[in-house]
Design a protein around this ligand. Sequence first.
Ligand code: PMP
Length: 433
Amino acid sequence: MADLLQRRYSTLGPYSPLFYSQPIEFVRAERVWLTARDGQRYLDGYNNVPHVGHSHPRVVEAIAKQAATLNIHTRYLNDRVVDYAENLLATLDRPLDRIIFTNSGSESNDLALRIANQHSGSRGLLISDFSYHGHTQALAVATTGLVAHEGLGAHVRPIRIPDMDGPDAGREESEVLKSSLAEVDGAISSLQEAGHGVAAVLFDSLFSTEGLNRVPEGYVSGLAERVRQAGGLVIGDEVQSGFGRTGRSFWGHQNHGIIPDLVTMGKPMGNGHPIGAVALSAPLLDEFGPRNMYFNTFGGNPVSAAAGQAVLDVLAEERLIEGAVAGGAAIQTALRELRRDYPWIGPAKGAGLFFGFEVLDRPATEAGAAPDPARTKEIVEAMRARNVLISRIGRNDNVLKMRPPLAIRPDELAMIIDTLADVLAAADTLARR
Ligand code: PMP
């Protein structure tokens, strides 16, 4: 292991992050179980890319069969690709009726920004003040949540996303809504005054990087309305929240009662096979298309389309989104109970099978309660020591992040919670010493 780590550093460099103080080398995986080189098995409570389960036989077979039959670039006709586009579009609300395939979430967001810039004739961009949407040049200058050397572009305005279970807890929801939308108005005015105009707002409807914020009812629709009034487009980043992750709906934006102008997707779309997409309306594509020769060598090739179609098929046949609803409800109940025993954890956050909670340094009700990133990290490491993989997110790095493949079974979800209960008990004892 030490040798492999050294070889990785010597080839890939030391800056591409690895999880855990002692990284784990995995050799294979099946559904929600990963096997390490030393034979230990880990329950996957973290990975949303293997959406329908690691190495799902249907997806593997679809990829292998198509690769053995035909794989070409995207300038020839192929029925699999068109069938998949039709089936994917059927999951979206009208007027979203066109798809552009890409290879990743970053590529999708970058393309969505280009489309919005050309549509509006502006570059001004509204973005959450703690977010990540990808690694291209255009996105690096709009990255507020993780390290990006460039610094923010002059055309970017970060806005604070409210959180009724975080800093805004205890405030009147209508008041939070009002002040948060006033901040949006201010950011729009600032862009206009600086001559940038408004091209778009780009947001993740689960506010995943921010820490699964619970926003006031009407916040996202109010944000969208203001951006459109200013001539900009609404870009819904569904890289984390799409494909039924929240259980409540197929797409995260549907939970907020809006239809974005551009929907970007990636991660779970091919269950690990690299495929992404931008969904948009025909008029918007007709505006962009004639002025831009869009050609993507790999994006949406027959093998990618086979992988994507297999994911849609398995989601439906195994009723995994219904499972996410039931699983999500069980989790919320279990987390509420845990909070009774450990008042230094925050309320359950998230929806469906993307959930977590804040870790504080003392009970939330005590004066001066503050985020406890050190204890959060210890909990993640202690879970790993008990063979359960989870992680952490948020501005203060103190929100535990759990996001298992949708294929997880109720008894396996219970294992995550039971292990968490053990780990919290140990952390509680330590804190009392
Ligand atoms: N958007 C969101 C919300 C993401 O979480 C990520 C990746 N973490 C991306 C976009 C970028 O996707 P990719 O890594 O596939 O380029």
